[in-house]
Design a protein around this ligand. Sequence first.
Ligand code: OGA
Ligand code: MN
Length: 298
Amino acid sequence: MPIRLEPVTEKFVARVTGVDLGKPLGLVDRADIVAACDRYGTLVFPGQHLAKEELVAFGAVFGEVDTTLQTKLMNRVQNRLGMDTLTDISNLDADGNVAHAQHWQTITTIGNRFWHSDGSYKDLPIRYSILNAVTTVGYGGETQYADLRAAYDSLDEATKVLIADKIGIFWSHNTRDWLKIADSPEERSAFPKVRWPMVRTHPGSGRKVLWCDSKVWAIEGMSLPEGRALVHELIEHIGQREHVYSHKWEAGDLIMADNRSTAHRGRRFDHSERREMRRVETNDNVRSLGVAADGEVG
Ligand code: OGA
Ligand code: MN
């Protein structure tokens, strides 16, 4: 049976039903999902209560599953799910109890509250991020997705000209530093800073993308203050309501987002409530412009 698509808007976000993602996907379903993701950027599949292995198997249909985040950073503290192919997006400790406010697992997910595309700081970035909700909270805890193509289109002409040839330097620890998360020198250098054009073309739709998020540490050719002020402005622009879909999670919801055309952020919730999500990510097949020369720029 073909998948059923209900677009939220004509060009961004669709609800997808008529498919059980816990079962092996047929070639047709795979192609339909890729085409829908190319067009809508973010797909919401309700009612998908997947086992860990089923979630990883679903992700693996769309590319190589990333393990670098787990092996380079997350496993250093805990690996509650016991798999390098899955990331534990929860506020739970290693025993599965709600972690206290100062616990590393609680602190580390706070970084997700800033607009970002997953893996924007990596030389080999992430194409699809797939989030599956296990336990959801009462107040808040939404995830918001922003359309980076619409965000590019709605920039004024002078800004389009200003950023046309600009290169952003993205760093995994940009937000963590700002949040004063006390990572070790090895953690801070696990992913060297990488360079990306601030305007990219999304291969799936041929549309231009405003490629800027909270991981941008500097803009090449601009002073640090000027570059950072511009980044702040562009992120505000991305987060404007007309570019954003806000998802209030229910258990079993699964969202597949194309990081090449979207950014997202998590919203605040009460950390004493249990919030449990699992995430699988697939690698893209493009590379950044290369590693940035370290140190101060501008
Ligand atoms: C993520 C993420 C936001 C959230 O898992 O990549 O940014 O709402 N999550 O948990
Ligand atoms: Mn994320």
